[in-house]
Design a protein around this ligand. Structure first.
Ligand SMILES: [Zn+2]
Length: 349
């Protein structure tokens, strides 16, 4: 996997060519335009990536992953078989980011602690569902399937949160964002499926705003997650948390902007959480080799090149530097610990 440390800070882009972004590579490929294509013309054979002027994609999706033991890949292959759309081999993939962070917590049995922090009570177990795939039933998570039917969604095209975490006390929906915003609209705003009538008019119990107003505010996706998630949690008599996981300088007002439409109480809450916050959660712990690997990944993850051919970090990026927090190019554990502390401070504000 290539990170900020292995990539050129600046690449040369001409009308017809673009150079390989990996340091010390002099390969130049044909410049691709519009939609990204995996085509031999755009391939650097040495580094096994397809290149465009703004980003790159791995030939083998596993090169984008931190966790790829036999069990990891077995699970991921099953998930990908049923996942509707996968761009997990791309540099800018939010799915790869989600996998790399949450598969870590899952493998290390740290989800219990992470979830307990939200519930403010000790949860006794967690079952994580990646992109609707439930490993216990080898298919769509049954409760989600039920919710989709209740609200008139076709199972093959129904709502799909990035992650669902089931615990004994609460149900979590986690929607991750990296480049994309929460702005989503239905393809046809006049088709409401059974969103208003399903679950004995469940909509009226969990929303303050009328459907049309939420759609007008382009909160279609979050609306569906809140509707289905609160219904699923209530059916199993659990608390519900909808967590929107974003880079620190994105969607800063989302808690207010979406929060104004929904009825929250002790049993159901909407939270905005940041990837930088996940970094400080992981980084400030024990410093095992895997923790080091993951915190280094988050710190140096990139989102490609801007129109001037300059490389950007995905997190801890330019706007971070504007707040006078300097990210070292190659960081020592002490520097990272200091950074983790700064992130925590920034998040308190
Ligand atoms: Zn190369």
């Amino acid at each position: 996997m290539y990170s900020f440390k292995e990539l050129k800070n600046q690449i040369e882009i001409t009308e017809t060519t673009v150079e390989c972004p990996v340091k010390n590579c002099d390969t130049k490929v044909e410049r691709q335009k519009k939609e990204f294509k995996r085509d031999e013309r755009f391939l650097c054979i040495k580094h096994s990536i397809y290149i465009s002027p703004s980003t790159y994609e791995y030939v083998n999706y596993q090169d984008n992953l931190l966790w790829k033991d036999y069990d990891d890949i077995q699970l991921l292959e099953s998930i990908l078989k049923s996942k509707r759309e996968s761009r997990i081999s791309r540099e800018r993939s939010e799915d790869a980011l989600t996998w790399n962070v949450f598969r870590y917590l899952d493998k290390k049995n740290e989800l219990v602690e992470w979830c307990s922090g939200f519930v403010k009570k000790r949860v006794s177990y967690t079952n994580i569902i990646y992109w609707s795939y439930c490993k216990n039933t080898n298919g769509t998570y049954p409760l989600l399937k039920e919710a989709r039917a209740e609200f008139g969604e076709a199972n093959s095209r129904g709502s799909e949160p990035d992650l669902i975490i089931e615990t004994d006390k609460a149900l979590f929906f986690i929607e991750s964002k990296l480049m994309a915003s929460n702005k989503t609209n239905p393809s046809n705003p006049n088709v409401t499926k059974k969103y208003l009538t399903g679950g004995s008019e469940w909509f009226s119990k969990v929303f303050k705003s009328p459907y049309s107003e939420i759609i007008c505010n382009s909160k279609y996706e979050l609306m569906r997650f809140w509707l289905l998630g609160t219904w699923m949690a209530s059916k199993t008599k659990k608390e519900f948390f909808l967590v929107n996981l974003v880079p620190i300088f994105m969607e800063e007002e989302i808690e207010a902007n979406f929060g104004k439409h929904i009825i929250q109480n002790e049993q159901r809450k909407f939270y905005r959480l940041t990837w930088e916050n996940m970094f400080s959660y992981i980084d400030l712990k024990y410093r095992t080799d895997d923790e080091k690997l993951l915190s280094d990944y988050l710190l140096n993850k990139t989102i490609g090149y801007n129109s001037n051919g300059k490389l950007s970090r995905a997190l801890f990026n330019q706007s971070f530097t504007d707040k006078k927090i300097v990210i070292p190019d190659t960081s020592t554990p002490e520097e990272e610990e200091e950074l983790g502390r700064l992130v925590k401070e920034l998040l308190k504000k």
